[in-house]
Design a protein around this ligand. Structure first.
Ligand code: GLU
Length: 318
């Protein structure tokens, strides 16, 4: 693309996200905070940020896009990428690839399916993925590897874990402990429950801004290669498949509705963030802490819906 076309595209994106932010101003603050993790209940519900990182390396942002927040389950995308790099398709013997249709922390389905989680983006699946990341490591090393990976993706050494969020989740993580213990009883967890959960909680407690998240997710929009660093993170085929899983499973039992309204692969977190991928074009990150009944950002989803409509970015057609 010539320089003037690229800059007019950037202008269009910037105008779009600024307009969306203004249009949704009155909705901000709606939804509920993830108070089952007490530290997340302290977040200011009026925060609202949007960042778009394009495959030609530009980052456009609006609102609170440079303020770090708790990425929570968005980290499951990075954990999955790392785990696939370690064990490849062998991962699919321990985790499925089907939408769950149940809540992110549901135990019902897990009992039915004998400790084999439906997909890597529900909590049970991500706990198994984390167990894979622990192989051959002490928990601290596995956590360090995750942080280094995300820093290298975003090309930003300042990204860190918020220890108070990790502690808060550990102190109240009874549901996750139940899921992990249940899977352990079926032999689908290799390491001790406490160790795997410790790494899982720390991964969820990564603090990143919308701009950092959009940059970190850019390899998925660019056939597996980061345009920021030139790093081949995954093959084209793997990037496509991670995107497919984000589309079908990235929003728990709200995944169908997200595909219907937004039309992009996406992954939400109960910190109120969403990372969405426009293949071949851009990665988008939004943050607004108020959640809908499924635990997905209410205003963040609406913002993505408006952005994809206005930019013609749905993967299902302009
Ligand atoms: N750390 C959260 C939990 O395990 C992640 C849930 C989410 O972000 O959806 O409950």
């Amino acid at each position: 693309m010539c320089a003037s076309a690229a800059s007019s595209e950037s202008d269009a994106i910037l105008q779009c996200i600024q307009a969306v932010r203004a249009d949704l101003a009155l909705l901000v603050g709606q939804g509920s905070l993830a108070d089952y993790i007490p530290e997340l209940a302290k977040v200011d519900p009026s925060k609202f940020g949007i960042a778009v990182a394009t495959v030609d390396g530009r980052v456009l942002s609006a609102g609170d896009a440079d303020e770090p927040f708790s990425v929570q389950s968005i980290s499951k995308v990075f954990a999955l990428t790392l785990a696939l790099g370690k064990v490849g398709d062998a991962l699919w013997k321990r985790v499925g690839r089907e939408p769950s249709g149940t809540a992110f922390n549901s135990i019902v389905q897990l009992e039915h399916e004998r400790g084999l989680p439906r997909n890597p983006f529900i909590n049970a699946g991500a706990i198994v993925v984390t167990d894979v990341l622990l192989a051959g490591h002490q928990p601290k090393e596995a956590i360090g590897e995750m942080v280094r990976f995300v820093r290298s993706l975003a090309d930003d050494e300042t990204i860190a874990i918020d220890p108070s969020v990790a502690e808060s989740e550990k102190a109240h993580g009874f549901r996750n402990a139940a899921l992990a213990s249940f899977m352990k009883s079926w032999g689908n967890l290799v390491h001790p429950v406490e160790l795997t959960l410790g790494v899982y909680f720390h991964s969820c407690a990564l603090a990143m801004s919308c701009a950092q998240l959009a940059r970190a997710g850019l390899f998925l929009a660019n056939g597996g290669r980061s345009p920021l660093t030139g790093l081949n993170v995954v093959s084209r085929a793997r990037a496509r498949r991670i995107n497919a899983l984000m589309l079908t499973c990235g929003h728990y039992d709200g995944s169908g509705d997200f595909a219907f309204r937004v039309g992009l692969p996406g992954k939400s977190g109960v910190g109120g963030g969403i990372l969405a991928i426009v293949p071949g074009v851009a990665a988008i990150a939004v943050w607004s802490p108020g959640l809908d009944v499924h635990g997905n950002s209410l205003v963040g989803t609406r913002a993505l819906e408006l952005i994809t409509q206005r930019m013609g970015w749905s993967i299902f057609g302009p």
